[in-house]
Write a new protein. Structure first.
Length: 228
């Protein structure tokens, strides 16, 4: 996570040089960012991720040779704390679900405007998960489609959570922020944050996006009654 007065270090991994140049130029115009490296393929991307340990990695999904998801998995194997945002042209729900389940901290479409990309990188560097607005509905639909008894996580996984944690997990499945959860459940935002951290630890997950994926897979779609 970047310090308040420290530039956000960004690594670009994309096989299209022209696109990398455009993103680099965009970020270099803003003193808040420093592009510390570039890679044109997954193998080089993994090496540079381990070398530079940037605050945020922007990773293309479809590249020749090693795919973006394979690259993501190798990066996280060597550096589990890595913050990786998939930046792709693909709006396929299956690609989105696969990337998030593999550990991506975000998923953005290349046709987003420059200001949105800048804000998304800042949010990711601050520890948030980011998702293109156009993909939210597709994510829920894809996860619902994927739900099958043979692939669902064992019920004992949910049994690890307290009733309040399960309630907050349901809120995460609806994409609610800590601030909104705190207001709805009449809790302090700091308390919600602690609950979210406990949920991630108990379930062995690395981000609230993965928690939301898990919740939808388990059928916590927001229709259950709230705890009093």
């Amino acid at each position: 996570m970047a310090e308040l007065n420290e530039p956000i270090h960004v690594l670009l991994v994309d096989d299209h040089q022209l696109f990398r140049s455009g993103v680099r130029s965009l970020l270099q115009r803003n003193s808040r960012f420093a592009v510390v490296g570039e890679a044109s393929d997954g193998i080089d991307g993994v090496k540079r991720a381990m070398q530079f340990k940037p605050h945020v990695i922007l990773l293309d999904l479809h590249m020749p040779g090693m795919s973006g998801v394979e690259t993501l998995q190798l990066i996280l194997q060597g550096w589990p704390e890595a913050v990786v945002i998939m930046l792709t042209v693909s709006e396929e729900a299956e690609d989105l679900a696969t990337a998030l389940q593999a550990g991506a901290r975000g998923y953005l479409i290349k046709n987003i405007d420059a200001d949105y990309l800048v804000r998304a990188i800042e949010r990711a560097a601050a520890g948030e998960s980011v998702l293109a607005e156009s993909m939210t509905g597709k994510l829920m639909a894809a996860l619902q489609k994927q739900r099958e008894p043979k692939t669902a996580a064992p019920p004992s996984e949910l049994d690890k959570l307290t009733p309040r944690e399960r309630e907050i997990l349901t809120c995460l499945a609806r994409g609610e922020s800590n601030k909104l959860i705190a207001r709805v459940l009449d809790l302090a935002e700091s308390t919600v944050k602690i609950h979210v951290q406990n949920i991630l630890k108990k379930l062995g997950l690395s981000s609230r996006v993965q928690a939301a994926v898990f919740a939808v897979e388990q059928g916590l779609n927001g229709n259950s009654e709230r705890q009093s």
